[in-house]
Design a protein around this ligand. Structure first.
Ligand SMILES: Cc1ncc(C[n+]2csc(CCOP(=O)(O)OP(=O)(O)O)c2C)c(N)n1
Ligand SMILES: [Mg+2]
Length: 338
């Protein structure tokens, strides 16, 4: 019997968290799965088995807490390239994540023809984007406009980094969304850097959330290293947007614990002491400490989740490695109608 089965289960909501025990378990497992996948993906890149990697290490709480606020199968997710954990919440498996990284034929995000981390699966309402940052915010505003015009009670959540909020697309999207009071959440993961540039060099204000004032938009800034705080902030905003309350700008203050991508050396621009300081606030460690201290889960139950996740990632790598590559003759297909 597993530790979970041995423990008497409570169906009651854990009041202080505003989340059920099942949701808290999902939160931990998904954050951990994203972390272990990102670690393996970088290792595969270093082994020469994956051409490119861009990850969300350090941003798991920001992503999982926000994605869990949405209605899966109904609401739209218009993610950016670091949102692996959000995609896991929306139904992506570890095997699928590896199909995408290794550019395999059966990768549902583009059949091995797209860059890794450009996720999009129509049936899940996850919409793919381009590599040009912030363009997805306009797509999200458009989807929200269509929903409003057809009285469809859905919410669109779209993501970008803080660096992307200095681009025109961000401002156009917010302006349009507020004028038309669209059901869209602009969710900015402020991870301290845009490649090698720190936040002070990207924008002349301290908080991304302050940008909302220019558009008379609701806004919030939340500790993005705390998954529970993120959920408690994003969920009411999603509910409000669904009720016709208009858009919301939410900033999740987090930190990019890894390099920008597999192609950059962050030791050349990032102070070591700064990285060490933020490592102490690792969102997954913090979550585990909190649910252990509050006796929501006993340590052995969390250990079992860790073992399950490790096995899942190992299986995913082995399985995906043996899946077929796209046929070379398909390289010229799927561009024009055939
Ligand atoms: C318009 C445009 N300019 C530059 C780039 C190159 N680029 C890719 S990611 C990135 C950094 C974006 O930083 P931020 O928005 O903070 O997101 P983060 O990568 O930190 O999560 C840049 C400059 C791009 N993709 N598009
Ligand atoms: Mg950034």
């Amino acid at each position: 019997m597993t530790a979970k089965e041995r423990r008497p289960r409570s169906k009651e909501t854990i009041d202080q968290y505003l989340l059920s025990e099942q949701q808290l378990e999902e939160m931990y497992e998904t954050m951990l799965l994203a972390r272990r996948l990102n670690e393996r993906m970088l290792a595969l890149n270093r082994q020469g088995r994956a051409p490119f990697f861009i990850g969300g290490t350090g941003q798991e709480a920001a992503q999982v807490g926000a994605a869990m606020s949405l209605k899966r199968g109904e609401d739209y997710l218009v993610p950016y390239y670091r949102d692996l954990a959000m995609n896991l919440v929306f139904g992506m498996s570890a095997r699928e994540a590896m199909l995408n990284l290794l550019a395999k034929k059966d990768d549902p995000h583009g059949g091995g023809r797209q860059m890794p981390s450009h996720w999009g699966v129509g049936s899940r309402k996850v919409v793919t984007g381009g590599s040009v940052v912030a363009t997805q915010l306009l797509h999200a505003a458009g989807i929200a406009l269509a929903a409003k015009m057809s009285s469809d009670p859905i919410v669109v959540l779209t993501c970008c980094g803080e660096g992307s909020t200095s681009k025109g697309d961000f401002h156009e999207a917010l302006n349009f969304a507020q004028i038309h009071r669209l059901p869209v959440i602009f969710y900015v993961q402020n991870n301290g850097y845009a490649i090698s540039e720190s936040t002070e060099k990207e924008m002349p204000i301290a908080h991304v959330a302050d940008r909302a004032r220019a558009y008379n938009m609701h806004s919030a800034s939340v500790d993005g290293m705390d998954a529970i705080a993120v959920y408690q902030t994003v969920k009411p905003a999603v509910d409000q947007a669904r009720r016709g309350g208009g858009p919301f700008l939410i900033e999740a203050r987090c930190y990019r614990l890894g390099a920008h991508s597999s192609d950059d050396d962050d030791s050349r621009y990032r102070p070591k002491a700064e990285l060490e300081e933020w490592t102490q606030k690792d969102p997954i460690t913090l979550f585990r400490r909190r649910v252990e201290t509050d006796k929501v889960f006993p340590p052995e139950e969390l250990d079992e989740i860790e073992e399950r996740v490790t096995a899942e990632v190992q299986d995913a790598v082995e399985w995906a490695t043996n899946q077929p590559d796209p046929a070379p003759e398909d390289a010229l297909g799927f561009v024009y109608r055939e």
